[in-house]
Design a protein around this ligand. Structure first.
Ligand code: RUB
Length: 309
């Protein structure tokens, strides 16, 4: 296995690279480097190598359909092109170019998504957010650039404290931000106007899989009549949920919670959880803010999934 691929897998597993979008982009870059440096002589063996590399990267974090979707797309591109292009060197060049274009497209779409999200933040709002989602922080930073006045409460997100990354990033952008312990969710909801979180995965029913603590925020948002949105690119759609398979919820090392617990104390450390579509006012996507019920249709179109064949 290429050393960059090994390093990326290690960095994703250790959370040095975190957040669905960053994970997907890092995996894509690693695949492109592996493609560029591949020593395979035939187009068929190149495609096989790319498929194995993509699979190894996908397995580095089970709850990341954006990474899976993007890697699958690259593998499909390679095998589709290989039907016409038998020269391995040319095929490698075309795949590397394709990945470069894909990265640029992701950035363009991220910009559109940020704009759609920024527009729904009411002037003077108190915004709540959880964990670190580069997609949600992009929305907030865009709102700031549009001269909206608002403040943010970010929850610290134990045990890995990704909320600190959010708070630091927003403060650097000049946004009024407060970091709260996770237990402050109910208290801060009482004065909040809107909740914006990220997404690791969106299911066929429009349910959201995101950092543990997200469904608590969604439930108390509903109790307090506060709008709840998730900033989610359509690539976050999980095709495996189409036939009822559930997204796997990653459970991380208990030592992240308490490294030396007293005898008899069991530790659980689920990293993610599902929030039902009925608690979600909308998904902020690159094509606009859409109801959870539309996510499936829009995402399957984008991913080129043919529903009847
Ligand atoms: C991060 C997390 C984020 C989503 C979306 O969890 O739950 O909300 O991944 O992030 P972890 P993004 O830190 O365990 O990866 O918007 O950047 O894709």
């Amino acid at each position: 296995m290429h050393r960059d691929v090994k390093k990326t897998i290690g960095d994703i597993k250790s959370l040095k690279i975190q957040g669905a979008r960053n994970v997907a982009k890092a995996a894509m870059k690693a695949l492109a480097v592996a493609a560029k440096d591949s020593k395979t002589r035939s187009a068929a063996s190149f495609c096989k190598e790319m498929s194995h590399t993509a699979e190894a990267l996908s397995l580095s974090r089970p709850t990341e359909p954006m990474m899976r979707n993007i890697l699958d797309e690259a593998v499909r591109f390679a095998s589709g092109t290989a039907k016409k292009e038998k020269n391995a060197t040319e095929l490698r060049r075309l795949l590397v170019l394709h990945e470069k274009e894909m990265l640029a497209r992701l950035d363009e779409e991220a910009e559109k998504l940020a704009e759609c999200g920024a527009r729904i933040i009411p002037d003077g709002a108190i915004v709540l957010t959880h964990c670190h989602s580069s997609t949600s922080t992009a929305v907030l930073i865009k709102a700031k650039k549009m001269h909206k006045k608002f403040s943010v409460v970010a929850f610290e997100t134990r045990p890995r404290y990704q909320g600190r990354i959010t708070a630091a990033e927003l403060a650097r952008a000049g946004i009024d931000v407060t970091l709260s312990v996770d237990g402050g969710m109910n208290m801060f909801m009482k004065k909040a106007d809107i909740v914006i979180v990220g997404a690791d995965s969106v299911t066929s029913r429009g349910d959201l899989i995101n950092k543990i603590g997200t469904s608590t925020l969604a439930h108390i948002a509903r109790l307090n009549d506060v709008s709840f949105y998730s900033a989610a690119e359509l690539f976050k759609y999980s095709p495996m949920t189409m036939f009822g398979t559930r997204e796997k919820i990653e459970e991380r090392d208990p030592a992240e919670v308490w490294d030396k617990p007293p005898k008899g104390v069991k530790i659980r450390n689920p990293a993610f959880e599902a929030t039902a579509a009925k608690y979600i006012n909308g998904y902020i996507t690159e094509i606009g803010v859409i109801p959870p019920q539309s996510f499936f249709t829009m995402a399957t179109q984008k991913l080129g999934i043919r529903l009847y064949e």
